[in-house]
Design a protein around this ligand. Sequence first.
Ligand SMILES: [Zn+2]
Length: 400
Amino acid sequence: MLRPRVLEAGRSPDAGVPVSRCVSLTALVDGQRAAVEMVRMKSSSAVVTTMRAVVIHRHGGPDVLTLEPHWPRPVAGPGEIVVEVRACALNFLDIFVREGMPGEPTPLPQISGGDVAGVVHEIGEGVTFPAIGDRVLLNPSWGCGVCEYCRDGIKPRCLRSRMLGERNPGGLAEYVKCPAQQAIRLPDHYAFEEAACLPVTFGTAWRMVVTRAEVKPGDTVLVLGAGGGVATAAIQIAKVMGARIIATASTDEKMERAKALGADEVINYAADGDWDMAVRRMTGKRGADVIIETVGAATWERSIRALGKGGRLVTSGATSGPIGATDIRYLFRREQALLGSNGWTHNELLRVASLAFQGKLRPVIDRILPLEETPAGELALERRQVFGKVVIRPTPTRAA
Ligand SMILES: [Zn+2]
């Protein structure tokens, strides 16, 4: 197994950071070791080739997340950029990568974290955009570019797609590398922490609500589990599209927050287990036109019952489990459609970002934590003790 390499300071072919910059970076490392390192670096013309990173060496619970103080820093190859990570938002994907996904092996060791915003630190050969110093959001997912789906512009169906923090090292580190075309320029006024919340949750929700379910003004949209990241994004996007929104949540506090985001009516599913009947009552027995499903096993059967005639149920995840019973009679009698949704296209993310930069979509941030508290952040997410996103800030905020 590859062990973290502690690279000696010194000019190496894959290094390239002036020492003045390195000192400020190294100062972030806690403890005596950092102090020693700083002194050593100040006294030489050395360059740093390592970074702090939360590394997964083996699959398991949050305790397998190891903060490595001297992990090899990525270097930009042709067409690539290296970004200094200012914010990385957590997702359930990070938990799945950490635990290991059956049938979808993750190469180890791995750094998770797909939702990244930061400052371009290095550009590879041939890169014309972005430039060093640019504030950027990264689209964490890209296609192979050659399969028939990529050629048709349907990256979510790519046969060999890549994702930061899944098959490529992600942003729970001080630096991350990706193809340059994944960068989206951030307006100066827009915070890194908010930007990092956009791709996975808002990108996913946009494709679910707008592209797959084709929500139209006047549609009744049921959003399940309103505390989740995709759900909070879906409420806002469905609102922008002019829909009536019913949300389900597990606590009174989450119900209030769902209303503040734009939900017209809210059902406490912990108090009212027959929430599917509540939806039918609220819609004059018609049922919902669209259901945004990310919960899976725990809600699937009732979702089908809550879905009306011509209804579209769109799912992008199954955080409670992947197996759900489908009463097929509802499908044919009500002419229901079950739709899957997988990620987003670059164009969909650009639209989401445009609305967010205008303040029309607002990421909900539950908490912001330093890199070393990543395990606590994932635990809170796993236990659903959050409303909105947990954002990790690998480096302290300073002028870009
Ligand atoms: Zn492809």
